[in-house]
Design a protein around this ligand. Sequence first.
Ligand code: ACO
Ligand code: ZN
Length: 232
Amino acid sequence: GGEESQLIIDAGQKRFGAVMCGTCGMVYTAASPEDEAQHLLYHQHFVGAVKFGGWKKERVVGSYPDGKIVLVLPGDPKYTLKKVEEVREFVDNDLGFQKAVHCSTSHTKTFLFVTNDKKVSGCLIAEHINKGYRVLSESPVLSPEKQSQTSAAELQIERQRAWCCATEPEPAVCGISRIWVFSLLRRNGIATRLMDCLRRNFTYGTYLTKEEVAFSDPTPDGKLFATKYCNT
Ligand code: ACO
Ligand code: ZN
């Protein structure tokens, strides 16, 4: 299918004219001009953000039959950082992050999964975190009522379960601020490969353990993935 290909989701939704765009993955109502306009906007944003022309000096840190992983570091050429910024903006929009969530490229390491058709189909943004970084205590998992009824030790255990990646009260060394995979390519191990590459390449000469990596503020998808990734 070309750019116009649209897949009907199922017979039930067909009645209401719900379609999924085969390019950007957005589900919308074709019969609604408002929806169509919204799709067009998203579609253009998507196509622009994921387009990857290729760079003269790519730092390829992983090669696979279905694509490659390119690492972008602070200090890399402006046009590469600009691409990273563009992808991050798109991902933030997808994650529903407010524009205010600041993430400067000056201290982040970005891993892009680029598919063979030259599209950025996955992205992982990591940063160094230090002891002061309160990953665990920012957890929104426990309600205030529950927190007041629970002992500190229990809280710690509960949080560890919820966050799964921090098995020690000592904070991790690497924080994952964003992890995203294009909706139509999920469950193909792209996020897993991004994580493996991150652990191999975050600190020169060492392979980070799963405990040294923490997910900041994960979404339900992020939690499901993190739980699975950290337990295997
Ligand atoms: N539901 C249940 N289990 C899941 C899910 C899910 N949605 N996603 C991953 N897993 C588990 C599975 O066990 C999976 O193995 P399997 O497919 O063999 O069963 C395993 O994790 C590995 O999954 P991957 O294929 O490597 O993960 P994927 O490439 O699909 O990417 C991701 C996962 C990044 C969470 C993706 O679903 C996504 O982009 N979601 C939307 C954006 C998002 O919410 N990102 C997380 C934000 S949190 C943060 O950025 C800190
Ligand atoms: Zn589309």
